[in-house]
Each structure stands twice: as structure tokens, then as C-alpha cells.
Design a protein around this ligand. Structure first.
Ligand code: AMP
Length: 386
């Protein structure tokens, strides 16, 4: 018997939606994408409706066409998610989105689920900022509570004397987006767990990924992360507790700071995540495929890794493709976006059966593309594994 064709609606048409399409089409899934940007890059691989997501009256036809809806972008208004839920199955649910859109609610949830976080305070006035600094101390980071991403909407305070400059930078957003002051974490590493949960409650996670950020933007990821088994198991258990608390359906990322044998929750992304891109070639089933499967009620696929993988983000512009793909185990992803400083325009994943093989291939990448600074921390982490 052949299954009926299913149509998945995606709100947001960036590279995450694009990679969802590339993973879902072989399963026979059709896609309808909505994005307020006319040339959103998922539109190169699926039908794109150029529409604002608050224009609910103009989303009626889209809502009728789809069997389920999901997101490539967590800042879709929660009201749109709720409206859509009356017309189609929506995953993740509106509550997960609302919590993940707000850094204070997110940290409250982590603590409620037994995952510690750094000290933090909600800030709405300059006086709140001074009081929060007096309590938390410096260094600290002032961030917008909502709508910040890739290090945008953040100001680092080295001392309490930086309060004026921090307020100058972000104070104007206190009313519209809210602010949060966080104690700076002197972490050993950053890590993430990419996990998936089905409507049945079935839960699985890929091996923990180690991440390196430059200027608040993800630069490189290594998976499986060189990490003590007990810490990796704890990270997975935290992800499961959070998913169950939210009755979450689909893939999500839990970003963590690792300090000694302690884990602190930083934030969650209620969607497929940049630190899980390595799963396309580096795992039996990718985060994109399992997200599509979970959202459309298909059985989940195996999250086991195939050897070791390193993902390198291409930010601003693409390096030379052919120099990279000539290297064994190297895979290229061009998002079809025009170059722009700070913009994620593509990534590469380099795979190897063991740490020595992967490190050798990364040295080739460094030489071929002149990317020494980007790959060296990963090579060092691999050397420490041997
Ligand atoms: P976020 O958007 O909160 O994930 O922040 C982007 C990056 O900034 C993180 O991945 C960290 O590298 C850094 N960062 C954010 N918050 C903190 C913190 N409280 N302490 C230390 N580093 C941080």
C-alpha cells in the first residue's frame, strides 16, 4: 500500500527550511514555505509564499493546503502559531515557541527541570540594571530577552563602570524586547544536544556536539564531543526532561556551557539547529529528516553517528568550493544566499572514521582554504582525544 502524500508547511524560508526540504522530498513529502522575504533561499527548492506571518487572512489558503506546519525560525509570532493550530497540526507547540522566544522564561524552565543556569536578572530600567549588577557582579552580559540571535542584541560588561555604555547600546530596546543581565560564565567548552521527540513521547538525541563561537556566531562544531560519558548522559537527560515538560514534538537544540563536570543551560532553539548540521552526513539519520518524520508522525530514524564529524560555518561569503570538496570526507553546502558580512551563507562537514583521520583532513582544509584560525581549535580538541 502506498501512503498518502503529505504536505508540510514551514514558516520561515531560510537555510533550515531549505535543508528540511532536501531531507523530506525523498520521503515523498511536499513543502509549502511562507516567508516575508521574497528571495528567501528555501524558495529555490520548494514553493514559496511571499507573505508576512501576521497576515492571517492571507494565510488561509496555505493553512488549507498543509497536513502539518513547523518553523525554521523561532520568532514567528506565537499568535500565528496558535491561529494555525486551529487549522492544521502544528509542531512544536505554541507554548514551546513562546518560552524559547524569551531568555527569562527559558532559564526559568531550565531551572524548573533541574538544569542550573548562570545567575540572571530581568532588567527594564536603568535602575534595574544597576541593582542587577550590584547583585550579580561583573563581568556580565546584557542581552535582549527576545529576538536576539547570533550575538546580536548583546553587550559585554567587563566592570560595573560599563553600565552606562551597556544602557546606551541596549536601553532603547528595554520596552519592546525586554532585557536580561547574565553573569558571565567562564566555561571550559560550549556544547549542545540536538534531540527529537515524537508525539508518542518517543525521545532520542544525537551525540553531544562541542561548539566554538566567534563574536557570538557559531564557527565550528565537533561531534561526538570529547566528553566524559556521565556528562554526556546528563546533557541528554536534561534535554529529555525539558522536552517532556513542554510536550515537545520535533527536533530542538539545548545549548550548554560545560565547566568541569558541571553543565549550565544557556538557551534552547525550538527547531533544527546549526550545531546539528553535521548530522546530514555524520549520522545515520539527520536532524532535518527526523524533524520532518516527527512532525508528520512517521517513525523516527537512528541518531547514531558515523565516525567523527566537524562542521565549519561559512560566514559572510563562501570559500573556494572545489578546493574543499577535493578533500576526502568533505561535504559542501551552499545555501544560495548572496554574500553579506555576518550572514551564514553555507557550511561544510568533514567526516573521518577516527580522530587522527579527521585531524589530518582538517589540516588539509586549513592549508587549502587558509582557514587555520577556524579549524585549529577543533584539531586541538581531536589531539586531546588520542
Ligand atoms: P547566545 O545568543 O545567548 O547563545 O550567545 C551567543 C554566544 O555568546 C554563546 O554561544 C557564548 O559563546 C557567548 N555567551 C552568551 N552568554 C554568555 C554568558 N552568560 N557567559 C559567557 N558567554 C556567553
Amino acid at each position: 500500500m502506498t501512503e498518502a502524500k503529505q504536505t508540510l508547511g514551514v514558516l520561515g524560508g531560510g537555510q533550515l527550511a531549505r535543508m528540511m526540504v532536501l531531507a523530506g522530498v525523498p520521503l515523498g513529502v511536499r513543502f509549502r514555505i511562507v516567508d516575508p522575504v521574497a528571495d528567501a533561499c528555501a524558495g529555490q527548492v520548494a514553493s514559496l509564499l511571499h507573505e508576512d506571518w501576521t497576515a492571517l487572512d492571507r494565510l488561509q489558503a496555505f493553512a488549507r493546503e498543509i497536513d502539518a506546519a513547523t518553523f525554521d525560525f523561532e520568532n514567528v509570532p506565537a499568535e500565528t502559531a496558535e491561529w494555525l493550530a486551529a487549522h492544521a497540526q502544528v509542531a512544536p507547540n505554541a507554548r514551546s515557541l513562546a518560552i524559547a522566544q524569551d531568555r527569562v522564561l527559558e532559564k526559568d524552565l531550565f531551572r524548573q527541570c533541574g538544569l542550573p543556569t548562570t545567575e540572571f536578572a530581568d532588567v527594564t530600567t536603568r535602575a534595574d540594571l544597576d541593582a542587577a549588577l550590584a547583585r550579580i557582579g561583573a563581568p556580565a552580559i546584557l542581552k535582549t530577552r527576545r529576538e536576539g540571535y547570533d550575538g546580536k542584541g548583546q553587550f559585554r560588561l567587563q566592570t560595573a563602570g560599563d553600565a552606562g555604555a551597556a544602557w546606551q547600546a541596549l536601553g532603547a530596546q528595554a520596552g519592546s524586547r525586554g532585557l536580561i543581565l547574565e553573569a558571565f560564565v567562564e566555561f571550559d567548552h560550549e556544547a549542545s544536544v540536538i534531540a527529537v521527540r515524537a508525539a508518542s513521547g518517543e525521545f532520542d538525541a544525537w551525540p553531544v556536539t562541542r561548539n566554538w563561537h566567534v563574536g557570538g556566531i557559531l564557527s565550528a562544531s565537533l561531534a561526538p564531543a570529547p566528553l566524559d560519558d556521565a556528562i554526556a548522559a546528563a546533557a541528554r537527560a536534561h534535554a529529555q526532561a525539558i522536552a517532556e515538560q513542554l510536550d515537545y514534538v520535533g527536533v530542538f537544540a539545548l545549548e550548554l556551557f560545560v565547566r568541569g563536570d558541571r553543565l549550565l543551560g544557556n538557551e534552547m532553539a525550538p527547531r533544527v539547529h546549526n550545531s546539528g548540521h553535521w548530522t546530514i552526513e555524520g549520522a545515520v539519520t539527520s536532524q532535518f529528516e527526523n524533524h520532518v518524520r516527527a512532525v508528520l508522525g512517521m517513525p523516527l530514524g537512528d541518531t547514531a553517528p558515523r565516525g567523527l564529524s566537524c562542521m565549519l560555518n561559512w560566514i559572510g561569503e563562501l570559500p573556494e568550493r572545489d578546493a574543499l570538496i577535493a578533500i576526502p570526507g568533505a561535504h559542501w553546502h551552499d545555501y544560495g544566499k548572496s554574500p553579506r558580512p555576518g550572514r551564514k551563507v553555507g557550511h561544510a562537514t568533514i567526516c573521518g572514521d577516527d580522530a587522527a583521520t579527521l585531524a589530518g583532513r582538517l589540516r588539509q582544509v586549513a592549508r587549502a582554504l587558509g582557514r587555520g584560525a577556524q579549524v585549529q581549535p577543533v584539531i586541538d580538541a581531536l589531539a586531546a582525544m588520542r
